[in-house]
Design a protein around this ligand. Structure first.
Ligand code: 4AD
Ligand code: MG
Length: 478
């Protein structure tokens, strides 16, 4: 038997009149003769035409939506419309049946909510096939981008003893018996008796360790899972998400913004160039979905136009202070239409404000810089004004914050002051402070939320639909 050929390869050439074997899952079976077969290599199905006279009845009976089959035969120019080539099957083997009475994925439209409940099977739908092929390419393009620029991929620890963001949203890691944990004299849990002889948690960010790498290797990046125990039940938050964190030595905030903008454009363009079919499908899906919405809520651009627009235009750069002025003067603020009305400089921006700036005011991606020090992390470089830090957030249409980064505080004395202001004990961070004691230098980096980028590129509305098995408050299925 000929070795198996993937459907993408067969449909990708004009070739016909040759023998091949395809394997995949039946999407539909029409007139007891026409199988639409998918093997996940492309959004397109391949038509396999059964030779009814020479295929036993018991084989035909087992062919139904969801069944796994192997088909061998001649690839020929298609008689019917809809496809260029099809297979005239000489032999069909049903590898795994799917009882139509029980198989949950029938050829009809299922809601995303329903599919989330059967996430173990949702890969088999057109929508999720497209999403996860694109998710793969986004990851690949990210590695390619950094590799081409000489960045070193650094694996930072998943289990750590530190809270990089200082936000206290950590999942604890312990092997202690929760019912009978050892206690110290003060009655508190004695973590010296725990597995690592100290309290540990799942990492919220690989940044601090990436900084250590950058101050020797110059340009590094991490790309791994991060965990946040924030009780955010939104369509933009996950408890387990993947983050890309580059860190560059001898670089300032402008270099940082340039790198982030280049990276985002490169990856989006990579998807446009390599996933035309998948994006076309998702674009149609979105158009159908938006027809349910009132006219003023529908997007003005199609999915691919929106992606192209991002690649072709400079992101709007402005300071937090300038953004606050725009927001204070804005209609929704004056008319108290925002849930959180901006009263004065210093206010933390909510996603409604971010989205106003991006979607209504500038109508393009925005980079906000120089935030008040109180609303940003301890490691960000203090500006001359003593009030703001060298931070930057990139805000995307429909998403809000997609990137958060900064130039780092490289001056030992200033960094210590900042840590004191945030109540971060110095003795726990000696390793971090050592980089400032020995050969410190200007450096900068950022964190890109991987799922938020996939969300943007696929045009999906909920972050739970762009990661195979989402973790969020109340849910850790599969
Ligand atoms: O802004 P954040 O918290 O920044 C950091 O963690 C820094 N240490 C990054 C750095 O400078 N190296 O997170 C960075 C990005 C956000 O902009 C957002 O895209 C994403 O990570 N993110 C989340 N994505 C999904 N679910 C969550 N709960 C997220 N929290 C942050
Ligand atoms: Mg942030």
């Amino acid at each position: 038997m000929a070795s198996r050929t993937k459907i993408k390869e067969i449909l990708g050439t004009e070739k016909s009149d040759y023998e091949a074997t395809v394997k995949g899952w039946v999407r539909t079976f029409r007139n007891n003769q026409f199988i639409a077969l998918s093997d996940g290599s492309t959004i397109k199905t391949f038509q396999v035409v059964i030779d009814r006279d020479n295929t036993p009845e018991e084989v035909i009976k087992k062919i139904s939506t969801g069944a796994a089959i192997s088909a061998t035969g001649k690839v020929v120019t298609s008689q019917g419309g809809g496809q260029k080539v099809e297979m005239q099957a000489e032999s069909i083997v049903v590898l795994g049946v799917a009882d139509p009475e029980k198989y949950p994925l029938q050829p009809k439209k299922h809601s995303l909510e329903f599919l989330r409940e059967i996430a173990h099977l949702r890969f088999r739908t057109n929508t999720f096939g497209a999403i996860f092929r694109i998710r793969h390419s986004v990851a690949f393009a990210i590695h390619k981008f950094f590799n081409d620029r000489g960045f070193v991929y650094l694996h930072t620890p998943i289990i750590t003893g530190s809270d990089a963001e200082g936000a206290g949203e950590m999942f604890q890691v312990t092997t202690l018996d929760l019912k009978e944990s050892p206690r110290g004299e003060d009655g508190e849990v004695d973590f010296k008796k725990d597995f690592f002889n100290k309290a540990t948690n799942l990492t919220v960010s690989g940044q601090l360790e990436a900084e250590l790498g950058a101050l020797a290797l110059s340009d590094v990046y991490t790309f791994g899972p991060t965990f946040r125990a924030e009780n955010s039940n939104t369509s933009r938050h996950l408890a387990e998400f993947w983050m890309i964190e580059p860190e560059m030595a001898f670089a300032d905030l402008n270099d940082d913004m340039d790198l982030a903008e280049d990276l985002l454009k490169y990856v989006i363009n990579y998807c446009l160039e390599n996933h035309g079919d998948d994006l076309e499908f998702l674009e149609e899906r979105l158009i159908t979905e938006e027809k349910q919405k009132p006219q003023n809520e529908r997007s003005e651009m199609t999915l691919r136009d929106k992606l192209k627009f991002c690649v072709d235009n400079d992101f709007q750069r402005l300071t937090y202070t300038e953004a606050i002025e725009i927001l204070l003067r804005s209609k929704p603020n004056k008319k108290k239409k925002f849930q959180y009305v901006i009263e004065e400089w210093g206010a933390d921006l909510q996603s409604e404000h971010e989205r106003f700036l991006v979607e209504k005011h500038f109508k393009k991606p925005v980079i906000l810089t120089d935030y008040p020090k109180e609303i940003k992390a301890f490691y960000m470089r203090m500006n001359e004004d003593g009030k703001t830090v060298r931070a930057m957030d990139i805000l995307f249409p429909g998403i809000g914050e997609i990137v958060g980064g900064s130039q780092r505080e490289e001056r030992l004395d200033v960094l210590k002051e900042r840590m004191a202001a945030f109540d971060i004990p110095e003795h726990e961070m000696e390793w971090f402070l050592d980089t400032r004691r020995f050969g410190t230098c200007e450096h900068a980096g950022f964190g890109l939320g991987f799922e938020r980028l996939v969300l943007f590129i696929t045009g999906m509305g909920n972050i739970r639909d762009v990661i195979p098995f989402p973790r969020y408050p109340g849910s850790a299925e599969f």
